[in-house]
Design a binder for this molecule. Structure first.
Ligand SMILES: NC(=O)c1ccc[n+]([C@@H]2O[C@H](COP(=O)([O-])OP(=O)(O)OC[C@H]3O[C@@H](n4cnc5c(N)ncnc54)[C@H](OP(=O)(O)O)[C@@H]3O)[C@@H](O)[C@H]2O)c1
Length: 368
């Protein structure tokens, strides 16, 4: 850490997630200082620097990484750039917090994990859903054995932001995103399911492109679009748990997710529409005929003002549970980061198996 004893952080990317989530998380941490931001577009970099009172606005990530006294980098850019930016930052010995998916491919993700481990720095992946209070409490209830041996899990993530009218931004270009809805949204649910239930051993999948062409962002012409819009897969966990996943970004449903875990002693159901701050945790025990709400303890809601969707989401981002703040904590207090690049690699391995399974129309083992 720098002589000022604050963790000095740079953010690469000035897009939505960098501005709405990461920068507020860093600047609200008493032990952190946001010292630099980077976008290839100078105006964007300078605008974000002004908003958050950041001294350095640069247009090349290498310049940011080379800044004297920098301790850590948050990589919140288009997926194709995660690997080169993280590798450069790790080479320089910086702590790295990378957006999901960790890499474009399993090979890239493994290289990033290897470099992070060799560098001996803190490394974390932005699996946002893990920090939702209801998600954390579900983890605790499972660890306490609330449902006993788990029989099966049903996982859905249904969003509607990729309907036919949405322009062909980088998310719909495989060369920039690495994949469609699976890489964008499915990866969160794969991570949550792994976190709760352990490793997924094999999958049998069907991935569909529902909208075959989209208009380019300038609105001039229709371009082909080949990424997955809707993905369904069966999963066999190493523990024997049976999983069913369904992920879509063409379901006009806002942005909803559920994890429904059924075991020998009962059921737990976590539902969320995170940015609308609609969160629920329901449960039943064996013999009961219906699910009832489970109250999340105050300690997990610390600093969260759930009085409206706006305050709920904002206080989640800026408050104690925020991802960026946890990343700073791991550096300031020398704690082990979680989810780490290893979690990023394992989620990526599941995604690759899903896409291979869909292409080959058969069950595929997940690489370790
Ligand atoms: N964890 C979550 O829940 C969550 C939610 C949303 C997004 N994300 C992830 O966050 C990342 C960004 O998504 P977004 O929604 O913020 O996208 P976005 O709004 O399109 O922003 C992408 C940003 O990347 C920047 N960028 C691209 N290449 C760059 C480079 N070589 N150097 C510097 N900046 C570069 C772009 O700026 P210029 O083009 O001006 O350089 C832009 O600021 C993605 O990996 C996405 O998967 C995660």
């Amino acid at each position: 850490m720098s002589a000022s004893s604050k963790v000095r952080v740079g953010i690469v990317g000035t897009g939505r997630w960098a501005r709405v989530v990461h920068a507020p998380g860093v600047v609200s941490h008493p032990e952190a200082e946001l010292v630099a931001v980077c976008s290839r577009n100078r105006e964007n970099a300078e605008a974000m620097a002004r908003t958050f009172g950041v001294p350095h606005a640069v247009t090349d990530y290498r310049e940011l990484i080379e800044l004297d006294g920098l301790d850590a980098v948050i990589v919140a850019t288009t997926n194709v750039t995660h690997h080169p930016i993280c590798m450069a930052a790790l080479e320089r010995g910086l702590h790295v917090f990378c957006e999901k998916p960790l890499g474009m491919t399993l090979t890239e993700a493994r290289e990033m994990r290897g470099a992070a481990e060799r560098a001996g720095v803190k490394h974390m992946v932005a699996f946002t859903c893990r920090w939702l209070p209801h998600a954390m409490y579900l983890k605790e209830l499972l660890a306490e054995g609330r449902v006993g041996r788990v029989y099966h899990v049903n996982v859905t993530k249904m969003a509607g932001y990729a309907g036919a009218g949405s322009p062909r931004v980088w998310r719909f270009d495989r060369a920039l995103s690495g994949g469609g809805v699976l890489a964008d949204l499915g990866v969160h649910m794969i991570d949550l399911a792994r976190w709760y239930l352990g490793e997924i051993r094999s999958v049998c999948a069907d991935a569909r492109t529902v909208i075959g062409e989209r208009r380019d962002p300038e609105g001039r012409e229709m371009l082909p679009c080949e990424v997955d819009d809707a993905v369904a897969f069966l999963a066999e966990f190493a523990s024997g748990v049976q999983g069913v996943f369904h992920i879509s970004w063409v379901a006009h449903k806002g942005h909803e997710q559920t994890i429904d875990i059924c075991g020998e002693n009962g059921t737990l159901v976590f539902g969320a529409s995170p940015e609308a701050w609609e969160l629920s945790l329901l449960g039943s025990t064996a013999g009961e005929k219906r699910l009832v709400p489970i109250e999340v303890p105050d300690r997990l809601m610390e600093g969260i003002d759930g009085s409206s969707p706006e305050t709920g989401w904002r206080s989640f981002i800026e408050g104690y549970p925020s991802m960026a703040r946890r990343f700073i904590d791991t550096i300031a207090r020398d704690e082990s980061p979680s989810p780490s690049f290893d979690d990023g690699v394992r989620a990526q391995a599941v995604m690759e198996a899903v896409m291979r399974s869909s292409g080959e129309r058969r069950w595929v083992a997940v690489e370790e």
